[in-house]
Design a protein. Structure first.
Length: 101
């Protein structure tokens, strides 16, 4: 079981999955708030939500590829919060990695 790559990534996969679930809810809320502030119609709100959803799903993929193999700590609320923040700030993480590497 410990030779299974998915078993070794279980903490990262669970963390990203929970963070992504929260990010989907936040993207829906953001689409609604921005739509309300700008008095946009339903189609524009859906477009905002869709763009934000695409952004965080891309972030989840990037984080899993770049960082998951290093995640060995057990899942906790703090770790999920860190993954959630990372989903929204993933371009900055890539920039920092390129500058240091």
């Amino acid at each position: 079981m410990h030779n299974d790559p998915l078993w070794n990534l279980r903490h990262a996969i669970a963390g990203v999955a929970l963070a992504l679930l929260l990010a989907v809810l936040l993207a829906a809320l953001a689409g609604r708030v921005v739509g309300d502030l700008l008095a946009l119609g339903y189609g524009a709100r859906v477009a905002i939500y869709g763009a934000l959803l695409l952004y965080v799903v891309a972030g989840a993929a990037v984080l899993l590829v770049r960082l998951a193999q290093h995640e060995k700590r057990p899942l906790s609320a703090g770790r999920v919060a860190l993954w959630l923040a990372s989903l929204w700030l993933w371009p900055l993480l890539l920039l920092a990695a390129r500058r240091s590497g």
